[in-house]
Write a protein that binds this ligand. Sequence first.
Ligand SMILES: C[C@H]1O[C@H](OP(=O)(O)OP(=O)(O)OC[C@H]2O[C@@H](n3cnc4c(=O)[nH]c(N)nc43)[C@H](O)[C@@H]2O)[C@@H](O)[C@@H](O)C1=O
Length: 412
Amino acid sequence: MKWNGKNVLITGANGFVGSYLAKELLDKGSDVYGFIRPEDMVAMEKNLIDKGIKDKLKMLEGDLGNISSLASALDHSQPDVIFHLAAQSSVEFSFRRPLDTQDINTIGTANLLEAVRIKDIDAKIVFAGSSEVYGMVISSPEQYQRALDSGKTIFPEPEKIPELPISESNPLRPMSPYAVSKVSGDFLMQNYHHSYGLDTVVSRAFNHEGAGRGMMFVTSIITNQIMKLKYQETDRITIGNLNACRDWSHVTDIIHGYQVLASKGRAGEVYNQGSMRTNSVLSYILLGLERAGWNINQIETIKGDDQSKTINNPTELVDDPIFGVKFDKTRVDQMILENQLEYTIQDKGIRVNTDQGPLTIEFNPDRFRPSEIPLLLCDNQKIQKIGARIEYSLSDVIQDQLDYFDQKENRV
Ligand SMILES: C[C@H]1O[C@H](OP(=O)(O)OP(=O)(O)OC[C@H]2O[C@@H](n3cnc4c(=O)[nH]c(N)nc43)[C@H](O)[C@@H]2O)[C@@H](O)[C@@H](O)C1=O
């Protein structure tokens, strides 16, 4: 698609992802309209200021909960393409505010689609769905049995084990109010194509990070604390569950994917977006520490009573295939993925022995979730077939965030 001269409406254009997308489309010559909640105008304007687009974006005030404000935004922008990115995007917050999450994400998406239908707008609509919809993915017979023993329901039952890498046809087993809201949005998009012929396409993006990522997400929590350690503004890293493995991409690769979907995504279909790598939260911390200047020799638990959790050279890279996929992972990733290593709250944290002395990673029990997806690994072949590419390595993603927090004014 030639973006020059196109009218583009981005809901949540002042958000982390929206601002990256808005900048790129403005640079390509689109007329970009941002549908923005009045209370976020000032609160989130840093994203627009940092990218130099505050005065270039055409701001339309409104609220996803108010269908009239959506209809008015459609009247003003007459969009060729709509990117629906606005959402309550924190899984953690959704456990505390499930109704707000459904209001914004489910009802808000239904309102947008209904406004487009009533106004008879002929636009391609790209929806920011989420890998969270897959939820409880079964990675081994042992994990399946453990889940059953702990009283969890697994529905639908797995047809194969492991269910990895995750393709678009994997079962949906959402595990949080946020995930349920994204299942709703995803199905609303598909249904408005099938019922009313709207030109909708769903991106199910896995985790995507980069400079300016919100402070409630783990990669910013980690890289902010690493830079505070470096500048002696703190003496430890505080964290929740660091066994979780996520498929982390750079936000730039994902916004390129959104543009590919706008041009070539088939109406009514869903497309995964991810890197086809998976790495643990623990590795994100250790690799971040190394990039910030520490050499890591060994990790051990703070409680110190379990020698099997003392790991030498934990960041050594291993590229043996796992789940039939070859990607860079650390020694600790490999052990976590093969169910040989798991840190628990009882371990209290991890002591990281470095060339400059020991560092402390402390577990905060409040940061552990009521239910947690252990592992996400994307099968991205469907979107790659229509032209999307992953350009950034995990190290690039971590470095971009460290550089951001290297600037004192960005540290929290
Ligand atoms: C694809 C999906 O991606 C994101 O959802 P998320 O994966 O929940 O992202 P997160 O950065 O909050 O957590 C990642 C992992 O990190 C663990 N973790 C440990 N310690 C802390 C901690 O202290 N804070 C947080 N937030 N997480 C922690 C946490 O338990 C989880 O396992 C959103 O963009 C969402 O919108 C989306 O769609």
